[in-house]
Design a protein around this ligand. Structure first.
Ligand code: PLP
Length: 359
């Protein structure tokens, strides 16, 4: 069942809304017990793995809504600015809906997997000489004038779709988590989760709401600094944004929930990225690991002390395959060997019957 069908009662859709779906929704919530034990994190840690969505990031939750509404409202095409995943998702759902799609990306600053998706789905991809913050106003201007629908997260239907991730977490747990940790870029997703958590409480499905913990990359942390960042820099390109469009909404989510916004360095992001891959078998993209990097940072600072009965859920926003370059810059390259069993044993340092590690 598509997420629009499943959560129809909570979404602004009517009988005449066509549902443009690629089978999104129902992503896994995975216990991170090894990571928790290794890092000594007091609360239970659960990972909401959004990389399993159709195009490999949470953007699909918002895009199924944005594109369905664009079709319903008679748009002639769709347009977005993107650090990559919005482009990939818009291109795929636009293809499904038979709508032309134009995307503006910051030249040279988007991950290869995302670019390959947008191009293969047939979007008109334009590399702008500038960063994400330069692209978005152009899209706003052109969509205000024309027949193309804007499908960035300032499109309210995007956040409506994205709030369903909060519903799924509560449905899986049977209650709301104590804390929810999430990467923050343009700040739409944290706002969407807060909307979902509060709507479920208001509907009486849950009794509480979590504290929202938002994490920006240290080189792109306008909300932490309290002012826009002119030249945002981080290895986590999906959150390389210096002036988030949903700043105010996100601020409210953090304040109303009693949560916090903090920053994590690229080294902390990559540490969490590697721990997730090696301890939990979860391959996410660098920006996604910011949520877990933030939880590790707060845990070390004693933020969760005494919270052993608490549950912290972390959104892993996108799949690791999105950014193969970052992965292979860090990983050990395959060793080249002769095609013999001896060469294999020598290379891996295992005994004759491969029974034990000797190195
Ligand atoms: C879009 C994106 C983000 C940031 O989400 P915002 O809603 O812009 O804050 C984080 N991680 C990934 C992988 C993304 O694609």
């Amino acid at each position: 069942m598509s997420l629009i069908q499943r959560y129809r009662g909570y979404l602004p859709v009517g009988p005449s809304t066509p549902i443009i779906s690629l089978g999104e929704g129902a992503t896994p919530l995975v216990a991170a017990d090894r990571l928790r034990a290794v890092a000594g994190i007091p609360p239970r840690v659960l990972l909401k793995c959004e990389g399993t969505l159709p195009t490999g990031s949470f953007k699909d939750r918002g895009m199924t809504m944005a594109i369905s509404k664009a079709v319903e409202l008679g748009a002639r095409g769709v347009m977005c600015a993107s650090t990559g995943n919005t482009a990939a998702s818009a291109a795929a759902y636009a293809a499904k809906a038979d709508l032309p799609c134009v995307v503006l990306i910051p030249g040279g600053a988007i991950a290869l997997g995302k670019l390959s998706q947008a191009c293969t789905h047939g979007a008109r991809v334009l590399a702008v000489k500038g960063n994400f913050d330069d692209c978005l106003p152009i899209v706003v201007e052109l969509t205000e004038k024309g027949d193309f629908a804007l499908v960035n997260s300032i499109n309210p239907y995007r956040l409506q779709g994205q709030k369903t991730a909060a519903f799924e977490i509560c449905d899986a747990l049977g209650c709301a988590p104590t804390y929810h940790a999430i990467p923050v870029g343009n700040a739409g997703n944290i706002s969407a989760y807060w909307m979902g958590f509060t709507e479920y409480r208001e509907a009486g499905v849950t009794r509480t709401t979590p504290r929202m913990l938002g994490f920006q990359a240290a080189g792109a942390a306008p909300m932490v600094l309290g002012h826009p960042v002119a030249r945002p820099e981080t290895i986590a390109t999906a959150i390389r944004i210096g002036n988030p469009a949903n700043w105010e909404k996100a601020r409210r989510a953090i304040d109303e929930s009693g949560g916090r916004i903090d920053s994590v360095t690229d080294d902390e992001i990559l540490e969490a990225y590697e721990m997730l891959a090696r301890l939990e078998g979860v391959f996410c993209e660098p920006a996604s690991a910011a949520s877990v990097a933030g939880v590790l940072k707060l845990s070390r600072a004693g933020y969760f002390d005494g919270a052993d009965d608490a549950v912290v859920t972390c959104t892993l926003t996108g799949h690791g395959l999105k950014d193969p370059d970052t992965a292979m810059k860090r990983a050990e390259r395959p060793k080249e060997i002769e095609a013999t069993s001896e060469a294999v044993l020598r290379a891996v340092g295992l005994g004759e019957k491969m029974e034990a590690l000797t190195t």
